[in-house]
Design a protein around this ligand. Structure first.
Ligand code: ATP
Ligand code: MG
Length: 410
């Protein structure tokens, strides 16, 4: 066992000793603990950070465990055979233990905001391994630093708490503990700058509000509507990933209500939000609105029961009102009903993937759910038998069971 040198920056933390916090090792994934002990044995420092610490402090079961360390991605790769470096913009090491993945990141240092590049600057001109766009967006974030610097590079104070297996202490470098107690989502640093660095933080703020039942601290929420347009510069692939996190965290009803209230929602679901109308004076009896609300509720219930939810189902429900509007548009007299439906489906889906790059396997399934929907709607014996034999039947069936009574045009 190597002698571990002390860690620079650690003296800046406020400590919660073992008797001052409720986290016990029994609640931590054995694999995450294994990683922490292995890092220590190899002479590195490893901490549990992010959602794992936050959720345990709140008495919730964490979704996953993230680790921050002073080992570089390459050193992690050498130490753990089951590891893979992912991401270029922000390198993360995935440590795989069967079905569980532990994410390990190396402590990040602050950026030199003057290190600007345009999006098409050749890689060789990037200095160090960090880069900002002229608009302040972080294009690369692979400059490593001390733990106190790492804490301030994180998004919200409640996500910047560190747990160590050395005396089982929790370390707080900002106001994480205070904000957990006050149930506040507070962005670290200057809110506008931090949203400009990474506009997805605006979506994360809304997600944590819904998931934790917290409120946004005033300065954290103030710039969100004004800066929502920055989400246009985020790839539709990343926005799809974020959308799935937003809707499959078990709080889809609440999260979607926030997406309807705040501008960032428009950068994920403009067609749906337009079809639903404003949430303030929503006609809850309108079939399209009823269907969406029931589908979201059904999603939360399924997840609470430990069942899975497919993105195909979510998009089938959320885009149903948009599809209905398309279908009610005048039909070209030269095409038949079936073609009219097919055209509407492909317009609605291709419009949505401009916002969130829904992978083809899900859009084809969404389409099948809609097609089966029509078949079930017709309710003639032959087509129902055909539908039951279809592999997508379960998803299609789940779609109307909660909502069957509310079908119809908006
Ligand atoms: P959960 O896993 O429950 O959804 P989480 O807070 O663990 O929530 P992750 O996406 O797993 O979220 O990220 C782990 C940690 O990495 C966060 O808690 C935060 O400290 C940091 N982080 C993640 N995304 C960002 C970001 N866009 N900007 C700054 N820090 C981030
Ligand atoms: Mg996490």
């Amino acid at each position: 066992m190597k002698q571990t040198p002390s860690l620079d920056g650690i003296e800046k933390a406020t400590l919660l000793t073992r008797d001052q916090h409720p986290i016990s090792r029994k609640q931590i994934s054995p694999n995450a603990l294994k990683v922490l002990y292995k890092l220590r044995d190899a002479g590195y420092h490893g901490y549990l950070v992010g959602g794992g610490v936050r959720d345990l402090l709140l008495g919730k079961t964490p979704k996953d465990f993230d680790i921050a360390t002073n080992a570089s991605p390459e050193e992690l790769k050498q130490l753990f055979r089951n590891s893979r470096i992912i991401g270029r913009r922000f390198k993360i090491v995935h440590l795989r233990f069967g079905r569980e993945i532990i994410e390990a990141t190396t402590f990040r240092a602050p950026h030199d905001a003057n290190n600007q590049i345009s999006d098409n600057t050749p890689r060789k001109r990037i200095q160090g391994d960090s880069a900002h766009s002229a608009a302040g967006m972080i294009l690369r974030d692979n400059v490593y630093g001390n733990i106190d610097e790492d804490a301030l590079r994180r998004d919200f104070t409640i996500n910047a708490l560190y747990y160590t297996i050395d005396n089982f202490v929790v370390l707080d470098f900002c106001t994480g503990i205070e904000d957990i107690n006050a149930k506040l989502i507070r962005i670290i640093g200057n809110p506008e700058d931090r949203y400009k660095e990474d506009p997805v933080r605006m979506l994360r703020a809304l997600r944590f509000c819904a998931k934790l039942d917290f409120t946004m601290e005033e300065n954290t929420s103030k710039p969100i509507n004004k800066l929502a347009h920055l989400l246009e510069s985020i790839s539709s692939a990343r926005l799809f990933d974020e959308t799935i996190k937003l809707l499959t965290g078990g709080h889809a009803v609440k999260t979607f209500a926030l997406l309807r209230q705040y501008e960032p929602g428009k950068y994920l679901f403009a067609p749906t939000l337009e079809a639903l109308g404003s949430i303030e004076n929503e006609d809850k009896d309108k079939p399209a609105n009823k269907l969406v609300n029931l589908a979201l509720r059904n999603t939360d219930i399924r997840l609470a029961e430990g069942k899975s939810v497919t993105p195909a189902f979510l998009f089938a429900a959320l885009l149903w009102p948009v599809l209905q509007i398309r279908l009610s548009a005048n039909q070209d007299p030269d095409i038949n009903q079936h073609q009219h439906f097919q055209n509407a489906v492909s317009i609605v889906l291709s419009e949505q993937i401009q916002y969130t790059a829904v992978p083809k396997r899900f859009t084809s399934a969404t389409k099948e759910i809609w097609e089966l929907q029509l078949r079930l709607e017709r309710r003639n014996r032959r087509s129902i038998e055909g539908a039951i034999a279809h592999p997508r039947f379960r998803a299609a069936y789940d779609f109307p069971t909660t909502t069957r009574r509310f079908w119809g045009k908006p």
